[in-house]
Design a protein around this ligand. Sequence first.
Ligand code: F6R
Length: 242
Amino acid sequence: MRIIKAKDYAEMSRKAANIIAAQVIAKPDCVLGLATGGTPVGTYKSLIEDWYKVGDLSFAEVTTVNLDEYRGLPRTNDQSYWYFMHENLFNHVDVRPDAVHVPNGENPDAEAACAEYDAIIKAVGGVDLQLLGIGHDGHIGFNEPADHFPVGTHCVDLTEETIEANKRFFASRDDVPRQAYTMGVGTIMNARKVLLIASGADKAEIVKKSFFGPVTPEVPASILQMHPDFTLVADEAALSLI
Ligand code: F6R
């Protein structure tokens, strides 16, 4: 495990973007695993502004697979992760539209939607670099605390805590979907490199628990301690308890 300390959110975002840019420069046809949420917004912005727009980076040969998607939200809904990724990254760079993949939240058949997504990840050859955020309960993707680490893509019931944390993006709490399709922990662990970003004092407790505590499915992110190429980029506030 490698820890890179940034002074604040802006620096964390730039440092994470630099690592992703380095990956794409070293392997232009790589597979990037991408995340949504508040934390990666600055990272995507830095990739666009500091790398793509100045002509130092192209996504023309890159393939992307996102971690997760709400079940039941159409892609046109502005809270779908499909929409988020287009708003925050894909619409601003030269990635090919047919090279971006997000679990199909519009497919009500959970088993089929998840099997289809695993087949896509397999067909593209697995993930070269997986970007992650971390939930306050240690979730990665939508893999919530459990008694085991799920392997492949699966349908999850969101916890009350996650619904609470995500309601800020919806008109009301009732509008937050109750289920999601998410990549499994096994798929995340199979990524050749994993990069987790964390910012803010509210993440300090879970960062400490995940990366300096026991490895347990009760804290899903803790398994990243076992990953052979795991980098944590966090700001001083998120690292304040370490
Ligand atoms: C997003 C995802 C989630 C978030 C996590 C942290 O695709 O899978 O695990 O990374 O909920 O969210 P933020 O960054 O909003 O604190």
